[in-house]
Write a protein that binds this ligand. Structure first.
Ligand code: NAG
Length: 796
């Protein structure tokens, strides 16, 4: 195979995948034009509205007995407020949710990705109907303060506006103070008809510290006092709505479809609602399903707001007027306004029913709703098929090539790739992918260590530790090492200290010590201590408990940096660390050219490990210690067992590291759901708006362990003392073969599964995120990281 064959194959593979995605994530069909009244023969209940979004306000944050929102609860008890648990459609990310909350339709999946990327113009609602545009058409004045996603969605709609950036999830206070500081003025003048507030602090606390963070309760109290402040200033003709755009899961992230993420709180507040005599018995005991009071669809608030303010219902709305509010109107008027909702559905379905009875209208709407939310997507099947054909071609190409280079281990490639591919067709398999890799790893090790029982037991034990670090599937929820470390900070810090020291010692033992022992010691010591203190101050700034033995070190560091709280020291420390890494890297490459070839990959790998540890959450750091054990053992076993031929040895190590890349990815707590994308380390050392740097850091922190094993295989292969030059190209070729065959064949199966199951119930919750992860693995791990490895090997 020639180099241009390889290039062609890579291009074919990436292009096929991208073409498929264009067909799979098309922009959504929406009906053009704006909703109008059929006759609109009913009275408005309110003429103004305050719409207060608290990002990630999960239902239990308002209604449960752990909630600190006592004022809202007192309103619910006395009947001045009506509360609901609102089901928010996945993907549970702010941008698609805001679209749902304003237009009443279900989102386009790609919105979720664009929300993370933050820069897009394709997602405005300028030409789509929503209750905001309806207000504007009725010449109402709208003021908006908070998350600037609103401004992106509705450019030039707001009469007064001050957006806050959602970019820095580490900011808990400024994002909210920038909203609150406008309140006094806005509440005394009341020169608006609609006031939109979007508070981000609570979501940021979730991303950083989870729902049980020590900052959560004070933040809820703050939000509660804001509700009190607003409510006390409003007259009876103004409606206030308090809601979360989505919820959060147990670790404070969101994006997926678990109960916590989809259960948002929703409260309508006005003294006028006392007429409805609904006196909720809050606070309620906590429950697993996050179901409190009545459950509604979040988009139901769209026709409800339209009717309460007497506005035409938005054209693409799929929400249903919330029944509890109907008694505010007389029986005739109730029928009239429900007919508006009915007409809106008839337009979407293209059928006329002429129903004249409220209960029958409700039956019709409820029966139609789920069907309409499902069918609102249209795929471009020719693009999808085109992508699949391109990938099938590249798969055949790879399979033929594998067939021609018959090796003992080709059989492993075939079975691994095909087995993995087949599992893509089961939604449970996709959710439980962790288990699949655990079985692959176990079988492979048993095979590898044939005849070496002590190594076998040792590696199996270590792999079992890796497996037990986190749970990511839906089915096996049990105790994990991660939780244990969370509950025992002392042991956690001890292990972190040990891990960082061990990597420090290894670096100290590398080529630097041949060059100058003093320099070597300084480099290793400074890197270790900076990494460790950063982690310490990071925890302190997050309000986590740290062992008292370390308090002195933290205080000393802050004093030396001349700052008085931990938060202020983080950016300086992180930059110091990264500059040091850069300097050491340059130095090591320099030594290389003075022909210190020895330990080249090991040194680079140790240095890289520091970066990966730096970007990993505290409880996961000791994983890297376990990895070191596994790496050492694999080096031993593959080096001298079974009289392995050299080329077989290379295949073995490459394949094993590929398996470990995937296993360890899930052991970090990652999964095939957007909800596990971890942002807590994405801002280390960043102070300005720098999307590239945040992107790189997000990638490194979410893929830290796969990156470790990707470089790890090079370090294992080149560590032993045989002459390197002859095996260099052999290593390159085999590595390429292993990863290309896996990614090509795996991706082909994934695409076929997504195509075949495109009308499956779980297509948006399970298969689409999986496709995005496939894209990330292909472009970033098999693309970017492999290319880096390739360049380094050539350099060697
Ligand atoms: C808060 O407002 C100030 C002054 O307008 C601005 O400089 C700052 O960037 C704002 N903060 C955020 C998070 O938007």
């Amino acid at each position: 195979m020639r180099w241009y064959h390889i290039l062609l194959l890579a291009v074919l593979q990436i292009a096929g995948l991208l073409v498929f995605c264009l067909g799979f994530f098309p922009s959504k069909v929406v009906l053009k034009g704006f909703g109008e009244f059929d006759n609109g023969n009913y009275d408005p209940q309110f003429n103004k509205i305050v719409f207060m979004v608290v990002d990630a306000l999960r239902s239990d944050f308002i209604f449960s007995e752990d909630s600190s929102m006592l004022y809202v609860q007192s309103l619910l008890r006395e009947g001045s407020a009506l509360g609901f648990t609102a089901y928010s459609n996945p993907p549970t990310v702010t941008l698609p949710r805001l679209k749902g909350i304003t237009t009443g339709s279900t989102p386009n999946f790609l919105d979720a990705v664009l929300n993370v990327v933050e820069e897009d113009s394709s997602s405005t609602l300028a030409n789509q109907d929503s209750w905001i545009t309806q207000l504007k058409k009725a010449d109402k004045r709208i003021h908006m303060y908070g998350d600037d996603t609103w401004i992106k969605l509705f450019p030039s709609v707001f009469d007064e506006v001050d957006g806050t950036g959602s970019f820095f999830v580490s900011d808990f206070t400024e994002v909210d103070n920038n909203v609150t500081r406008h309140l006094d003025h806005e509440l005394s003048e009341q020169s608006w008809d609609c006031l939109i507030l979007h508070y981000l602090g609570l979501d940021h606390i979730g991303h950083k510290g989870g729902p049980k963070s020590i900052f959560m309760s004070p933040k809820q109290r703050e939000m509660d006092s804001i509700v009190e402040k607003i409510h006390s200033k409003l007259d009876d003709d103004t409606l206030m709505v308090l809601l979360g755009d989505h919820g959060m899961n147990d670790i404070g992230n969101h994006g997926g479809s678990s109960a916590g993420e989809t259960s948002a709180g929703l409260v309508f507040i006005s003294n006028k609602l006392r007429k409805l005599n609904s006196n909720a018995k809050v606070p309620l005991p906590k429950n697993e399903d996050f179901k409190f009071l009545t459950k509604v669809q979040q988009i139901d608030l769209v026709p409800t707001i339209s009717n309460l303010l007497r506005l035409p219902i938005p054209r693409n709305n799929l929400g249903i007027m919330i029944k509890e509010f109907l008694p505010l109107w007389s029986a005739d008027q109730q029928l009239n306004l429900m007919k508006e909702n009915l007409k809106n559905y008839e337009n979407l379905k293209g059928e006329v029913t002429n129903l004249e009875d409220i209960n029958m209208i409700y039956d019709f709407l409820i029966n139609s709703q789920s069907g309409l939310t499902q069918s609102a997507t249209n795929y471009l099947t020719d693009k999808m098929l085109c992508g699949i054909v391109m990938l099938i071609f590249s798969s055949l190409f790879v399979l033929l090539y594998l067939y021609n280079t018959v090796q003992l281990y080709s059989i492993w490639f075939y079975s691994l790739n095909i087995l993995y591919g087949i599992t893509m067709f089961g939604s449970s398999f996709v959710e439980e992918e962790y288990q699949i890799w655990w079985w692959f790893a176990t079988f492979f090790i048993v095979f590898l260590c044939y005849g070496r029982p002590s190594n076998l037991l040792y590696i199996l034990f270590l792999i079992r530790l890796v497996r037990g670090w986190n749970n990511t599937g839906q089915k096996y929820i049990g105790d994990t090492i991660f939780q244990y470390l969370q509950e025992h900070p002392f042991i956690n810090w001890l292990l972190v200290f040990l891990t960082i020291s061990v990597y420090g010692f290894s670096l100290n033992n590398g080529a630097f010590s041949l060059f100058s022992p003093l320099l070597s010691f300084l480099i290793s010591f400074l890197l270790s201590i900076t990494c460790f203190t950063f982690k310490l101050l990071f925890s302190l700034a997050n309000g986590d408990e740290i062992p008292k033995e370390l308090v002195g070190l933290a205080a000393f560091t802050m004093e030396s940096l001349g700052v008085d709280n931990a938060q202020d020291s983080l950016i300086d420390l992180a930059r110091m660390f990264y500059y040091m890494v850069l300097a050491v890297l340059v130095l090591r490459l320099g030594l290389k050219f003075k022909s210190y070839d020895y330990w080249f990959f090991t040194d680079l790998h140790n240095l890289l490990s520091f970066v990966l540890i730096f970007q990993t959450s505290l409880q996961n750091i000791p994983l890297f210690l376990v990895f070191l054990g596994i790496k050492h053992q694999v080096g031993l076993v593959s080096g001298n067992s079974m009289g392995l031929k050299k080329s077989n040895r290379i295949s073995f190590v490459s394949l094993f590291c590929l398996i470990l890349q995937h296993l360890s990815f899930f052991s970090l707590g990652q999964s095939n759901s957007l909800a596990t994308v971890d942002l807590s380390n994405a801002y280390n050392g960043i102070s300005g708006y720098n999307i590239l740097a945040v992107g790189v850091l997000t990638f490194i922190s979410n893929f830290s362990t796969p990156i470790f094993w990707s470089f790890g295989s090079l370090s294992i292969l080149f560590e032993n003392k045989e002459k390197l030059a002859p095996i260099k190209y052999e290593v390159l070729k085999t590595r390429w073969l292993v990863s290309t065959s896996f990614y090509t064949i795996g991706t082909t199966f994934t695409l076929i599964a997504c195509y075949a199951l495109r009308y499956h119930l779980f297509i948006w919750t399970v298969f689409s995120p999986k496709l995005l992860y496939t894209l990330a693995w292909n472009l970033l791990m098999n693309g970017l990281v492999e290319i880096l490895c390739l360049l380094l090997t050539i350099l060697h």
